[in-house]
Design a protein around this ligand. Sequence first.
Ligand code: APR
Length: 181
Amino acid sequence: MCFMDRFSIVIGDIAQSDAECIVNAANCSLLGGSGVDGAIHHAAGPELLAECRTLGGCETGQAKITRGYNLKAKYVIHTPGPVWQGGGAGEAALLASCYRSCLRLAEQYNVASIDFPSISTGVFGYPLPQAASVALHAIMSFLNEHDHPQYVRMVCHSQNAADIYRYTWNALFADDKSSCL
Ligand code: APR
């Protein structure tokens, strides 16, 4: 299978995902919040927070894994994305590191499928078009070099977000797809 066929963009609520692993757009405390973080903790139940409390936080761009508890997903990988500061504070590198750190952990845990939210593009203010380009480059280069995880989805929370991700994907990779063996 061409590595490009292992990636897709969907619209939905990541807390309801049936992927083996879902990614939480967390903050460095790993003690919950609003947005994706709030939705995942609400759906997972209080045991998720209890396990998060044992992790001692997480640095921006890094990732830590927990069980999924009441979620359909077996695992949650928590990653704090960068707060947008205008683009000159290394935000792109930190955001790319979020995606790579999560994918490396998923590979380590032999996860078959992982769903991402659009990290940092809500409360943390990262503009969607720029974030989409960073995310897609990081995801596609990882899939090109690794057989696991087999399937990766970007779970967008709105049609607008999905349109931006799809437009960006086509702009960056549509030509390569035709040459994919
Ligand atoms: N499913 C999928 N995507 C969602 C969901 C959901 N249930 N809820 C929100 N989103 C989208 C938002 O529209 C945004 O595009 O996820 C993206 C990330 O938004 P946030 O959840 O605000 O995450 P982020 O921008 O990374 O900010 C993280 O917010 O919730 C707090 O504790 C969290 O401090 C941390 C900060």
